[in-house]
Ligand binder design. Structure first.
Ligand code: FES
Length: 101
């Protein structure tokens, strides 16, 4: 796993998604009141950006057709045909780091 610096913690507001690019991937980072999670940004259904979806707790609803995806596990509800990858996000208190192969 390689750790990528994805910027200061304050760039990732609570209950919002932010899309970052690291290690050749687009990853949606979610701040669920202080816990950070990363999932593939692209919805497996038709390719919407999960970072633009609405986060409720640890579930983000795809902005296009509403597939409900758990940001902790990557499990997606219908109409998404498949789950998404998850990525570990860590912090040193000031900066976030994303682990990608
Ligand atoms: S593009 Fe995400 S549910 Fe359709």
């Amino acid at each position: 796993m390689a750790k990528h610096n994805i910027g200061p913690v304050e760039n990732f507001p609570v209950n919002k998604g932010v899309c970052v690019e690291a290690g050749g991937k687009r990853v949606a980072i979610f701040n669920t009141t202080g816990q950070f999670y990363g999932i593939d940004d692209t919805c497996p259904h038709r390719g919407a950006s999960f970072a633009e979806g609405t986060l409720s707790g640890t579930v983000v609803a795809c902005p296009w057709h509403g597939a409900e995806t758990d940001v902790r596990t990557g499990r997606c509800g219908p109409p998404s045909p498949a789950p998404v990858n998850t990525y570990e996000v860590s912090s040193d208190g000031e900066t976030l780091f994303l682990d990608i192969d």
